[in-house]
Design a protein. Structure first.
Length: 303
């Protein structure tokens, strides 16, 4: 028994010696070192024009952990990503710079991560997601597959699919920082319909007219007060007064409903003026003027 115990102890000593010898021979360099990724011209453009001045990063290469896995999504095309990035600066950020006199407003409040997705996200009820804002830190923009030389010149298309969405989501972030007044929610009272908005006010001329008659600028505005506020803001600043009036005066809409929309719009204007020192009429004038110059704006050069 004593001999067996001695042999076992000797074996343990030898094993420990062998283990130590192996550890002595391990490479001191860690295998968990990120390899350097060479930046292309677009990466450099993003760093110079977004990251340095605004502390904003852009994901144009599909990253699954930054995307909503509830949907079947595809990456954004490279050319469309360049086009969106240049248009975003031109139509989404610079108008605020012009009004506030610096880049500080955007640097402080605009989301720090932009995520580009090629396709739209389709919900189970058939509606589509064109953009999302998450906790004031990230904004995802969808449908870049359809952004090309032709659609990039179509201001109605750009507004519907992209920039009305950008300003809508940005308004959510501003509301998270400084809540809008409770009297806005009280104007329409208990008529918000939550997720039933697309069945109560279907996507049709009659559905839009009924939404206006109920005091909502769009069917989606009837979902909740937060969406109502953001819809009013984004529709107003991305459309001329004539276009906005056309939305209100759709055949079938009642005067009473139009009056409610205008009443709520005035609350939005006051909120932006008093809380952010932004005149929505001047902001709209700036955005419309830029839209009118789209045919001379270079959407592809990275110089």
């Amino acid at each position: 028994m004593k001999r067996k115990l001695t042999l076992m102890m000797l074996g343990m000593v030898l094993l420990g010696t062998i283990s130590c010898n192996k550890e002595d021979k391990l490479d001191a360099n860690s295998v968990f070192v990120d390899s350097e990724i060479e930046q292309n011209e677009f990466d450099k453009y993003i760093y110079t024009n977004f990251t340095k001045p605004y502390n904003i990063d852009i994901l144009y290469k599909y990253v699954d952990r930054e995307s909503d896995l509830d949907y079947n999504l595809v990456p954004a095309p490279y050319e469309s990503s360049i086009r969106m990035t240049k248009l975003l600066s031109y139509l989404g950020l610079e108008p605020y710079n012009d009004l506030t006199g610096s880049k500080e407003f955007i640097r402080k409040y605009f989301p720090k991560l932009l995520n580009y997705i090629g396709s739209v996200a389709v919900r189970n009820n058939g509606t589509v997601v064109l953009g999302t804002a998450e906790n004031g830190a990230k904004m995802s923009l969808y449908n870049l597959l359809d952004l090309n030389a032709e659609t990039g010149q179509d201001k109605d298309y750009l507004n519907y699919y992209y920039f009305k969405t950008v300003h809508h989501e940005f308004q959510h972030i501003l509301n998270q920082t400084k809540p809008f007044p409770s009297d806005f929610r009280a104007i329409t009272g208990l008529t918000y319909v939550d997720d039933a908005w697309n069945t109560v006010y279907p996507n049709s001329a009659a559905g839009n007219a009924n939404a206006i008659s109920a005091g909502y600028i769009s069917p989606y505005a009837s979902k909740a007060a937060e969406e109502d506020f953001a819809e009013l803001y984004s529709f107003y600043i991305t459309r001329s007064q004539a276009d906005f009036n056309a939305m209100l005066n759709i055949p079938g809409a009642t005067d009473a409903g139009k009056a409610i929309v205008i009443k709520k719009l005035n609350v939005v204007k006051t909120y932006m003026r008093d809380n952010w020192n932004i005149d929505m009429d001047k902001l709209r004038e700036n955005i419309i003027a830029r839209m009118d110059k789209l045919d001379t704006f270079d959407q592809t050069s990275l110089n």
